[in-house]
Design a protein around this ligand. Sequence first.
Ligand code: ATP
Ligand code: MG
Length: 316
Amino acid sequence: GLRDNGGVSASLDIPGWRHVYSGKVRDLYVPDEAETEAAADRLLVVASDRVSAFDHVLEPGIPDKGELLTTLSLWWFDQLSGGDGGRGIPNHLVADHVLGDDDEPVELIPAAVRGRAMLVRSLDMHPVECVVRGYLTGSGWAEYRAEGTVCGIPLPDGLSDGDRLPEPLFTPAYKAPMGEHDENISFERTVELVGAEVAAALRDTSLEIYRRAAAVAEARGLILADTKFEFGTDAHGVLTLADEVLTSDSSRYWDAAAWRSGTTPAERMASFDKQIVRDWLAAHWDKTGTPPELPAEIIGRTADRYRELLQRLTGG
Ligand code: ATP
Ligand code: MG
């Protein structure tokens, strides 16, 4: 298909690249040996405008979402790779251009997807979604209300939806094969899946990135309530941050002033993420069969919030 609709419903014919996989939101391409300059271990990760909630892809897409998320991911990768006291976090990005014969840069990202694609190294991915929660809400809040725990970790009594946790928690989930639902797992289960050494590295690195990112967000009047990372191991055995990072798809961001002054959960958790979509869907769908189409008003509000987040974080 060649429709330029943000790739909501189709993978693209991209000269030099072959489509190999579509997740709920992103489409992956590998170099087509015959035609491309890119190395064989390269992967083109193209973010579409598709939006998913409760593990379902919804219709229609959110205009410009793929580009907004890619811009935000690239900005965060850059923030995290730099010094400011902390160590650089190795990530999967590779340069998106080479120098040609005349010393002019040659773009490696195909024009059809420029702005919403990342050129990365294909990694041996760990099947664990590395969730970090600094605040109690969503599935964490549901479990706490029922059991007094989050992913089996006991918490003090008396917490409310949206409260700050005593300290950030690493609450991994098993990344289930396509079509199945991801499930929360204990740290012990994580050790069984990836080994003790990798499990500890996933936990420690995830908590470190969360702390650094939360501080950056706080300086801009934002709360990073929770987020999810994915890691892989590269050809040299280095644990490497992959996928998207700290986007409004993979994270919950709230307005810090609203959180401090709000009295109801809705007021406190004024969000810059797809919570608007989740809330609307939860109120209009019983989670069986095909989800209903999102109304234009919800699409518009979500797009506005995604844009506002990028502006507040990056000033761009
Ligand atoms: P699923 O993989 O179950 O479809 P998803 O819906 O989250 O999950 P997307 O986020 O749409 O999938 O697609 C991105 C895919 O690319 C994910 O499977 C992710 O693990 C994978 N991925 C991201 N970065 C890399 C990388 N550097 N090397 C290999 N795979 C990667
Ligand atoms: Mg994903």
